[in-house]
Design a protein around this ligand. Sequence first.
Ligand code: ATP
Length: 365
Amino acid sequence: MAPRLELVDVVKRFDGTAAVSGISLALAPGEFFSLLGPSGCGKSTTLAMIAGFLEPDSGDIRVDGRSVLALPPQARRIGLVFQDYAVFSKLTVAENLAFGLEVRRVRRAERRRLVSELAERLGLTPILSRRGGTLNMSEMQRVALARVLITNPELLLLDEPMSNLDAEIRGSLRGELKRIQQDLRQSVLYVTHDQIEAMSMSDRIAVMREGAILQVAGPDEIFRTPAHRFVAEFIGDPPINMLPAEVEADGSSLLARLPGDWTIPLGRAELPEGDYLLGIRPHELDLVPAPGPGTAAGTVRFLENLGAEHVLHVELGGTLVRVLSRPGSAAIGKRVHLRTQSWQNLIFDPRSGAKVPTRALGAAA
Ligand code: ATP
């Protein structure tokens, strides 16, 4: 089966500067695929080219195996939902849903049938006669989606749809959006700078930086084996610790020297001695009562209280390391001992940022 959407080496320059510098991706039918990256990385430019509002300088964009570059936006069978939701406040929910069908000159009886069918699936039937201006955010999101879905798009493009909303409502809308997408088996390209949205809803994520895709993978793989330092640091909350490490041989195995006289045994590995960056996630660090092999001693400088957990910022030889801990396990100013549990062997080249293959590494002590 052809990918629902395919980008082949797509390039877009503005005044000679590449906003999108040769990206390729393939989205399978029914897939929830996210483009994730910081502001300015080229997400909106990519989306505008897919929707047909911008023309690429080179490369191809295909829907179901056919190039859509020559087609105007309205002929591309792509539905767009933006962050403002664009629900008409004076029209009823039913009128909002029927709007796109009227524009397409769908006959009245057919409009009624399509509106009531989709309203049923999205739980909108009880509010069909309410006006857009009276809806809460959950209803608003469903109406905005329904307005686009009713035109039966091959692909739904969602551009930061939750970025204007409060954190507490976003959590429930994420679950709802995912449920609707799965129920309808709708192919979705979701554009966001919010890693939690991408991680919680996507089948796969493309992480973008400076107009390029650094990695395409499922949420687990993105989290566990980031291909680049940037991906490791962009994903995960609290963020990963990225520590300078001198790797040297110790007989037939290797060890890493970290700030604060911390030495971590790396086991046997084919890794040249030298300077690296070691990524250790806050949940992979433990507080231990006493010093021992592979432990580090530091002082708690700051504490973030997340309720169920505390993030301790522990100073090791001038470097702050985040440690996820149980509430009450340490206080500011206290001297603590740290040990890695089963860290994920994330070693990066400090110059290129690329992950260094560490297949042969043993577990740390
Ligand atoms: P945001 O989330 O802030 O919209 P983004 O990831 O969507 O960011 P783009 O808006 O695609 O990024 O911008 C990518 C780069 O292209 C940026 O450096 C931006 O300044 C530049 N750019 C975008 N549109 C234009 C334009 N019409 N003319 C000139 N430069 C542009």
